[in-house]
Each structure stands twice: as C-alpha cells, then as structure tokens.
Design a protein around this ligand. Structure first.
Ligand SMILES: Nc1ncnc2c1ncn2[C@@H]1O[C@H](COP(=O)(O)OP(=O)(O)O)[C@@H](O)[C@H]1O
Ligand SMILES: [Mg+2]
Length: 481
C-alpha cells in the first residue's frame, strides 16, 4: 500500500479487534486493497457450518457447527470406513466370482464391467437380486450377497462373509472398487454403520476457506443464500432433500472472516438485511423465489459473524442506511482515504517502485528508463494539482496511473522499442485522456459534442429536445437547433 497510512493503521486495528470498517474515497485509491490486507491479518476460521437433514420435518433442516477438532476426528473416522484395497486375485476365488472379477467357468480375471469373460466368452456375472435365497453358491461362500449403499450414494456390490482370524470368526465385507476389491473388517463395518445412523448432512461453509468474501453488486440470493428449486419436490426417489438444496449467502461464507461490500450504497434495500445480520450474527436461509419449491424451506440461525468492510464514493455516503452507518461508526471505524501524498523523495521512490511492479505484473511491458519513470512521477504531481487541487503532492489515484503505464507500455511495444521511454509516456498521456476531455477538444465543448451527435431521425422527433439546451420542449416549431 502506497500512502494511506491512516487507513492501513485502522485496518490493522479492525482485524485484531474485530471491528467493522467503512472506507470512503474515489475509485482506484486502494479501498479493495485495504479490505484484502485486513483479511490477511485474521486467524484462519475455526468452525465449519453444516446443514442437517431433519427427518421429522425435512423443510426445517437444522444447523450444526463443528470445530476444527471435530472435523479432523470425523474425517479420520471416515478414513476408517474406507477399508483396505486388494487386487481381485488376492480375494477368495468365490468372492472374486461373486463380484464379477473372475470367470466361474475358466477362472480368468477381468473387470466386472465386462459382462462376458474376455477369455471364454461365458456370461460371467451373477446378476444381483437374482441371487438370494435360491443362490446355489450360498453355502459355498457361507455368506449372503447384498446390495449396500455406500456413503457416496452409489450402489456398490458387496459380498459379506465370515472368516477366521486368530481362531475367532468375524464378519468381513468385500466391495467392488474399480480395478480393486475393498475389504472391510468388522470394526470398519461397525464404524460405517454408526456414521450412517447419523442424519445426513451437507457442509454449507467449509472449514478451510478464504476469510475474505467479496459481495459487489450482489443480488439478494448471493448475499443472503437460497434454497434451490427441485422440479421433483420431495419425491423420495427422484427429489433432492431440502437440506441438500440449501445454498449459503455471502454473509454466511464470510463467517469468521471479512465481508467486503464494494459500493455499499448501491445495495439499496439489502442494506437492512446486512444490518440485521450484523446485529444477530445469525441469518436464516430461505428459498427466495416465491414460485419455487424452495420457498417453503427455512433453515434458522445460520451463523454469519463477519467483519464488514464497506466501500463508498464520497457523493454516495448519504445513501447508506443510517442505522447501518451508526452501527459501523459505533462498532468500528469510518475512514476517508487520501487522494494525494506529499511530494517527498521517499514518496517518489514508492511511486517508482509502483511503476516497476505494474510493469512486472503486466508481463507485456518493456522495462522503463529512468526518464520515463520521472515523466510518470511528474504526471502524478500534475494530477494531484489538477484533480485534487494539491500543490507539492503526488496523486494516489493509482489505478488510473497504472492505466497510463500500460498505455505507454503498449505504445513502446508497438513502436518496436526495447525500452519504455519518456516519449511513450507523453504520447500515452495524450491518448489516455478521458472521453469528456476528448469530446471537448474535438467539439469545443461537451454540449457541442452532444448537439452534433444526433441523427436526422432523432432531430425529427421530440426526443431531440433532450439533446439541446432548449428548456421548453412545448415550443416545437422553434425547437430545431
Ligand atoms: N494505495 C495504493 N497502493 C498501491 N497500489 C494501489 C493503491 N491504490 C490503488 N492501487 C492500485 O490500483 C489498483 C486498484 O485499487 P483498488 O484497491 O481496487 O481501488 P478501489 O477499491 O479504491 O477502487 C490496485 O490493484 C493497485 O494496483
Ligand atoms: Mg475497488
């Protein structure tokens, strides 16, 4: 960050003390950068938010908060249910046959997806379901063939049988797993069963996330979450359960992190929801489209404890909802960013470094000569005076200055020069003029440009009056300028 010492200092405090922040100033002076920098100083999130199926009332799923410890423990428990992988030849021959790896006729091994044995062309697969009480191999294997549903939801064929281990008979399951066979011993099976007994859930906001969420011009659903529509409704086989259709909003994803809202005033009526979320630190997720099946679903008390960093232009601050502003001011800071910094040797060096960084990150710009950098610094000084009325200062409207560097760099490349020279910067200044400046140069004035910019058909219509300074559109006859 160049300049903006005050904003940087306050952002640091806001990160450590969990305060909200309103950054005010014109575009391109580092508001977004400050917000991102603040997030870098936050601890990594400590909890995961999950939505849990509610079997009594599927349209009211509940929320579960899991700590980092719990998440780690559970993922280890899941690992325990994953079993060991063996090659089909390592499995008992009868098991390999039942799972479709081994041909019962010629003992050739192949993938279970091959229904016919590639060696003897025999139909090798026992069809699940057909096998059952009438299964002729039943007593041979000493187990039952069953169709289980893995936690992933895909039906996996598995054979359950018993084996002797250290003189003790124990249950063991063999499952298809691509090229391999998965072996689950009794402990793994029990662990899996206890996990399946718990209600199904989905991770709404995962533990490992970036603690910075950008919500610029966000729609209501992006900001507050939603429950997707399901054309099959709650149909037990075809439909997706409501808990699975729940989508977090930016406010939830920013839990334990920064919610950055660029141009806060443009959120309009949604600011009220932001205020509620800040006050309650929880916000329900509901289907926001009244026509959708999701509208009947509601998940209460979804956590959203975030640091709000909001940005605004100076001219829009009065469009910020006043209770929201007082909330930020009361529990945080309002900062006006600087548009200029003093023209000192140290600050000139920082601008020179900025030029170097812009050139390096762009990757298509030739290295600049010292004279070109001095020309850019001179322009920064000129802009501080013309745009902000500050003498002996350097502009901090650095996005625009970056644009000037890129234009100059393009000119240097196109002209085949090895270096970005001062002349390219001067030429770029001419090209990088705003459209208003260009109109004024070409047409003498902005209004002059507007007047010339109408076609004959527009001239014939009443609309033309909008383009003239004539304040009296009723005066049709005299209206043609
Ligand atoms: N104070 C600053 N220090 C360094 N670079 C800056 C600064 N302000 C703006 N920039 C440059 O301009 C770009 C846009 O800045 P940004 O933070 O998005 O501005 P804003 O959010 O105020 O519109 C940045 O990516 C950076 O390259
Ligand atoms: Mg920005």
């Amino acid at each position: 960050m160049i300049g903006q010492e005050k904003a940087v200092e306050i952002a640091r405090v806001a990160a450590y003390q969990h305060r909200h922040l309103l950054l005010v100033g014109p575009p391109g002076i580092g508001k977004s950068m400050t917000a991102q920098a603040l997030a870098l100083h936050l601890d990594r999130p400590k909890t995961e938010i999950r939505i849990v199926h509610n079997p009594e009332n599927p349209e009211r799923p509940s929320v579960e908060i899991a700590s980092r410890d719990e998440v780690t423990r559970e993922s280890e428990a899941h690992r325990g249910t994953e079993g060991d992988l063996i090659t089909p030849t390592e499995a008992p021959a009868s098991v390999a046959e039942r799972l479709g790896y081994r041909c019962p006729r010629c003992s050739f091994y192949s993938h279970p997806q091959d229904r016919y044995c590639p060696s003897c062309s025999n139909l090798k697969q026992l069809i699940p379901g057909v096998t059952g009480s009438g299964n002729p191999f039943r007593d041979l294997v000493g187990g039952i063939l069953e169709l289980t549903v893995s936690p992933g939801g895909n039906p996996t064929e598995s054979v359950r049988t018993t084996r002797l281990r250290n003189g003790v008979e124990e249950v063991v399951a063999y499952e298809r797993s691509g090229d391999h066979i998965k072996v689950l011993d009794q402990r793994a099976l029990e662990r899996r069963r206890s996990l399946q007994k718990e209600s199904p859930r989905k991770v709404l906001v995962k533990l490992d996330r970036t603690p910075f969420v950008l919500a610029t011009g966000a729609s209501e659903t992006e900001l507050l979450g939603d429950v997707r529509h399901d054309p099959y409704g709650g149909h037990p086989q075809l439909g997706t359960l409501p808990y699975e259709r729940t989508i977090p909003g930016a406010i939830h994803e920013a839990h334990e992190g920064v919610l950055f809202i660029d141009e806060l005033p443009h959120l309009g009526h949604l600011q009220r929801h932001i205020l509620t979320a800040m006050q309650e630190k929880r916000f329900p997720i509901t289907g926001r489209n009244p026509q959708s099946g999701g509208a009947a679903v509601r998940v209460d008390s979804v956590p959203c404890d975030f640091i709000l960093v909001a940005a605004s232009n100076i001219q829009d601050i009065h469009h910020i909802l006043s209770p929201l502003r007082s909330r930020i001011a009361g529990g945080g800071y309002e900062v006006l960013l600087d548009t200029t910094m003093p023209d000192s040797e140290a600050n000139r060096m920082r601008l020179a470094q900025f030029c170097a960084q812009e050139i390096a990150t762009d990757g298509r710009i030739r290295p600049a000569t010292k004279e070109a950098v001095l020309e850019l610094i001179g322009e920064a000084r000129r802009r501080a005076e013309t745009m902000d009325g500050r003498r002996n200062a350097l502009t901090l409207r650095l996005r625009e200055l970056g644009g000037l560097i890129r234009t100059a760099g393009d000119l240097a490349s196109i002209s085949g020069s090895d270096l970005l020279e001062a002349a390219h910067v001067r030429e770029a200044k001419h090209r990088a003029r705003s459209i208003e400046e260009q109109i004024t140069t070409t047409y003498g004035s902005l209004q002059g440009g507007l007047r010339r910019d109408v076609t004959e058909s527009q001239r014939q219509s009443m609309g033309y009056y909008n383009w003239t300074e004539n304040p009296n559109p009723g005066n049709f006859q005299g209206g043609y300028g």
